[in-house]
Write a protein that binds this ligand. Sequence first.
Ligand code: SF4
Length: 104
Amino acid sequence: MPIDPDFMKKRNVTGNHAGHAVWGEVEPPSKLGIHGTQVALDQDVCDGDGICISVCPVSVFDWVDSPGHPLSDRKSDPTNEPACIQCLACEMQCPTKAIKITPP
Ligand code: SF4
């Protein structure tokens, strides 16, 4: 299932990770939530493909380990969210539709 485009209405910020918001629910290791807001990446949808890391022209994403998660043992993480220039390359190319870009 892709990231919910209405996640900001349906979820609450339950934490902070590497400088970005985390939208719950979060129950590690199996539930990691949505990381980021303007650059939102649902780590429970991410399969660790990494295409977003490859295509982002301004290096918004980094790898983060996720041992024990049912989909993959590493995830992409929007650690440099403020750098996003809304090119949408990551959103369009993500194979599992885990990313939602919302202009500020
Ligand atoms: S929309 Fe473009 S600049 Fe923003 S995170 Fe995705 S690939 Fe990077």
